[in-house]
Design a protein. Structure first.
Length: 84
């Protein structure tokens, strides 16, 4: 999250290098699947570029995670979460 914010500030100052780096390595969509580096499918899972995006993901994780952990246990949930 912090790197996205830094990249946005740098872009406003005329430096797109950080934003390009973040988009190339932490952003995934259907159009970039073929061109993106292989690690992008993993790094994009942990990348949040706005407070709203981060907050909604944490809210969802809290709700779904608690239910899932109650059903399958912490260890299996962590494996499932990291593999998803």
């Amino acid at each position: 999250f912090s790197l996205w914010q830094y990249a946005i500030i740098e872009k406003q100052n005329g430096n797109r290098a950080w934003l390009n780096f973040m988009q190339d390595n932490f952003y995934s969509n259907w159009l970039s699947l073929e061109a993106a580096p292989c690690w992008t499918s993993i790094t994009c899972t942990f990348s949040h570029n706005t407070v709203l995006h981060f907050g909604l993901n944490m809210f969802s994780l809290h709700g779904v995670g608690n239910v899932a952990m109650g059903i399958i246990g912490l260890s299996r949930f962590l494996v499932f979460y990291l593999a998803a």
